[in-house]
Ligand binder design. Structure first.
Ligand code: ADP
Length: 403
């Protein structure tokens, strides 16, 4: 099967063409500056001779962007398909499914209306995802089935005790203000890989998945179901991130807004774009830069790394307590997959809960699924590359087959 996976933002659109049965990636690319001018960077084939290309194509709307993607896929010399009809279905990443969507779903007019109803919960993301969906319908027609895969859906199994905020209950009842969580597609993908790697049924396992990238979140997964996660109503909660603050005393906002006469918009901009490890270090949001600076003696860069590692460790302890133990801790995403020093630092001192210091030979390996647990570790520590696009393609194929 050929599944086109689309991740549409307000002025960008990422895509991959995948075969979910073999996991094979056939083509991928990125449209940027949609509505401004239009830049298309793509690899028309992954395994063939075609080089990565970057071309300027006018993209007044997302429809032109989808048109450019499809043309590249069926290009006579470099494409991977002989016609658009070889695309069996399209899977869309949709950020917020609210309480309505606990799993992926075939897109119909009713479903689109229900996604629109979730727009207030993710005003920057959901409308852009919907534009991507309607652009695909414009270009591919209604015969090609489309599926929505939500970032929030996997976390819908959280019990009320984990998702209820301690504010007046009316805000939940009337406005649906509660913890939702994000990165659900990634947490679900890696938790399924844990079961495969350990050769044990997922129903038996207690897993803590650490998705550590530019945006970071952790999930507690018991028997394959999410029971808690660090992000909240929005992705601003939980761990400190590249530029987002994560958990913090809400009183800090009042203090700073009064002292510096900041509007709520300015305050939110600081918390979303100027905080996290960038804010602490003053150096960068990128962990590679932070390590380079820390190694040459920058004290604030070292502190930023330490605050991040401390926060991850704190949640690992909290989630082990919530689940009454843990069988596996997983590291994934840009930082989780590529930073051995940080992984070692995070699990340091957890021997009391059955996590031995890591096997540093295995921990130094890259790019694979690796068990990095140290000798005698009761808890497996695993590095598993995430693949949200493949998870979206797998869901899409399954839903389309069941139609
Ligand atoms: P996003 O949340 O935007 O998807 P990523 O998951 O790509 O972000 O994570 C970005 C972070 O991953 C950066 O801080 C970067 O330093 C780190 N990272 C990515 N690739 C590598 C690498 N090869 N080696 C070390 N760190 C890496």
């Amino acid at each position: 099967m050929n599944i086109l996976v689309i991740n549409a933002g307000s002025s960008s659109l990422k895509y991959q063409l995948l075969d979910p049965e073999t996991g094979r990636l056939l083509a991928k690319g990125l449209c940027e500056r949609i509505g401004i001018d239009g830049k298309f960077t793509y690899k028309p084939q992954i395994e063939g001779k075609a080089e990565q290309k970057a071309i300027d194509i006018p993209m007044p709307t997302h429809s032109e962007a989808i048109g450019a993607v499809l043309n590249a896929l069926v290009d006579k010399d470099n494409g991977v398909l002989s016609s658009m009809s070889e695309i069996d279905a399209v899977g869309h990443r949709v950020v917020h499914g609210g309480e309505r969507f606990a799993s992926s779903v075939l897109l119909t007019e009713d479903v689109i209306k229900a996604i629109e109803a979730c727009n207030p919960l993710a005003p920057l993301h959901n409308p852009a995802n919907l534009i991507g969906i309607s652009a695909c319908t414009d270009v591919l027609g209604k015969e090609t089935p489309q599926v929505a895969v939500f970032d929030t859906a996997f976390h819908q199994t959280m019990p009320p005790v984990a998702y209820t905020y301690p504010i007046p209950y009316e805000y939940y009842e009337q406005d649906k203000v509660r913890r939702y969580g994000f990165h659900g597609t990634s947490h679900r993908f890696v938790s399924q890989r844990v079961a495969a790697m350990l050769g044990r049924p997922i129903e038996e396992l207690k897993v803590i998945t650490c998705h550590l990238g530019n945006g970071s979140s952790i999930a507690a997964i018991q028997g394959g179901k999410c029971v808690d996660t660090t992000m909240g109503l929005t992705p601003l909660a939980g761990l400190p991130m590249g530029t987002r603050a994560g958990d913090m005393d809400a009183g800090v906002m009042e203090f700073l807004m009064n002292k510096y006469d900041l509007s709520i918009k300015e305050m939110m901009n600081i918390l979303n774009k100027k905080s996290g490890v960038q804010g602490i270090s003053g150096v960068s949001s990128d962990f590679r830069d932070l390590y380079a600076a820390a190694d040459s003696g920058n004290v604030r860069a070292r502190l930023a790394i330490d605050v991040f590692a401390y926060s991850v460790k704190k949640y690992i302890g909290a989630y082990a307590a919530v689940m009454g133990g843990v069988d596996a801790i997983v590291f994934t995403a840009g930082v989780g997959e590529n930073n051995p020093a940080l992984r070692s630092q995070i699990v340091e001192g957890l021997a009391y809960m059955g996590v031995a210091p890591l096997n540093e030979t295995e921990n130094a390996r890259r790019g694979d699924e690796v068990d990095v647990s140290g000798q005698g570790s009761k808890v497996r520590v695993l590095v598993i590359p995430t693949n949200e696009e493949l998870m979206i393609a797998m869901d899409t194929a399954e839903i389309v087959k069941q139609r």
